[in-house]
Design a protein around this ligand. Structure first.
Ligand code: GTP
Length: 346
């Protein structure tokens, strides 16, 4: 990796909730470590607790931005966190993992603000796309989730078409072509578990600026480097020029998060059934649990109707917790079912 002296490369990982960003992050961190580089991470979660952080090696410096989205509610904090992380840890490279609900243009905005007082090399965005989820949303072609996904696709310079194990070869071909149409400037990289050729993904390409379509991220990016530019003017300009940006800040107003702290262990079979029965409006779940019928603790992941359980020994003092993210789901009903499980663990 070419690193300009005194300049910190910043990679932003974008992609809808559960698409595979943390999976990619883990590959990136191992790759850089093997090269003898010191990576650092900024993780942003909508929930109050960073569960993905549990999957990251302890020695990797990490700034956690919890309980909001860096593209809007806690956006101002990003430049502060980035500044402190770079100053204190002197990393060779920083990766920002955005929440899957984040509007990519706004993250670009927030990061470029930091580049006003730090030497940063903001690399083009990497967007991870859940192939099966895209196929389904493309079929219906509606909803805010679809629009947000389109925007994330449009802003990526590399599009990792992940989870191709979940679609047929024909659909795979269709999705590749679709990505090519939605964003002709990006490289499309099909993958399973984000296993991609990392030197290829990270290489600095010639004429990288030409990758951006006219009047899209590059345009906004350049404006942000002008410190006297008024924010609302920029926002207006962005809305006026970007045909997909019909909802900018409001893009994830429809996304809600429910965090449940468990008062005790729950039965694993009952919990697994509960996850299987989750309503369609809930598209993401994760948590750390203690089951009454097993001895170890588990990290569970639920993304787009597929669940995964991993035995873990949490770092530090981590409560038993589950976080659910979805669109307008009934939080009270969900809370009730979880509570029931605690009261009847067997
Ligand atoms: N079947 C399948 N599952 C995958 C693949 N890649 C990742 N997953 C699983 O999908 C789930 C979500 O992956 P993450 O890497 O946590 O996704 P994320 O984008 O970081 O999720 P958020 O942080 O919630 O936005 C996990 O259970 C992964 O093991 C893949 O290629 N195929």
């Amino acid at each position: 990796m070419e690193v300009e002296h005194g300049t910190t490369p910043i990679y932003i990982l974008s992609g809808f909730l559960g698409s595979g960003k943390t999976t990619l992050l883990q590959h990136l961190l191992s790759y850089w470590k093997d090269l003898g580089l010191r990576p650092a991470v900024i993780m942003n979660e909508l929930g109050e607790i960073n569960l993905d952080g549990q999957l990251i090696r302890e020695e990797v410096p990490m700034a956690e931005m919890l309980g909001g989205c860096i593209c809007c509610t806690i956006r101002g904090d990003l430049s502060v966190q980035l500044y402190e992380l770079v100053k204190q840890e002197r990393p060779d490279v920083v990766v920002i993992e955005a929440t899957g609900a984040a509007n990519p243009m706004e993250i670009f905005d927030a990061v470029t603000e930091s580049s006003l007082y730090m030497k940063l090399d903001i690399r083009p965005m990497i967007t991870v796309v859940d192939a099966a989820h895209l196929a389904e949303l493309y079929a219906s072609q509606q909803g805010k989730t679809y629009r947000l996904m389109l925007e994330q696709i449009r802003c990526g310079s590399d599009l990792i078409l992940n989870k191709i194990d979940r679609i047929s070869p024909e659909t795979q071909q269709e999705m590749k072509e679709l990505l090519g149409k939605l964003n002709p400037y990006a490289r499309v990289i099909p993958a399973v578990k984000c296993e991609v050729d990392l030197p290829y993904l990270l290489e600095k390409r010639q004429h990288q600026e030409d990758q951006f379509p006219p009047e899209s991220p590059k345009h906004v990016h350049e404006q942000k480097l002008d410190p006297v530019h008024e924010h609302h003017e920029e926002a207006e300009h962005y809305h006026a020029t970007d045909s997909l940006a019909t909802h900018s800040h409001a893009s994830h107003d429809h996304v809600t998060v429910y965090t449940h702290y468990f008062s005790g262990p729950v039965n694993s079979v009952v919990f697994e059934q509960f996850i299987k029965d989750l309503p369609r409006e809930i598209y993401r779940g994760k948590g750390i649990l203690r089951f009454s019928d097993t001895s170890s603790r588990f990290l569970f992941q639920y993304a787009y109707r597929e669940a995964d359980y991993l035995k873990i020994t949490p770092q530090g003092d981590v409560p038993d917790v589950a976080v659910f993210i979805g669109e307008h789901f009934d939080q009270t009903a969900l809370a009730g079912r979880l509570k029931d499980m605690e009261e009847k663990p067997e």
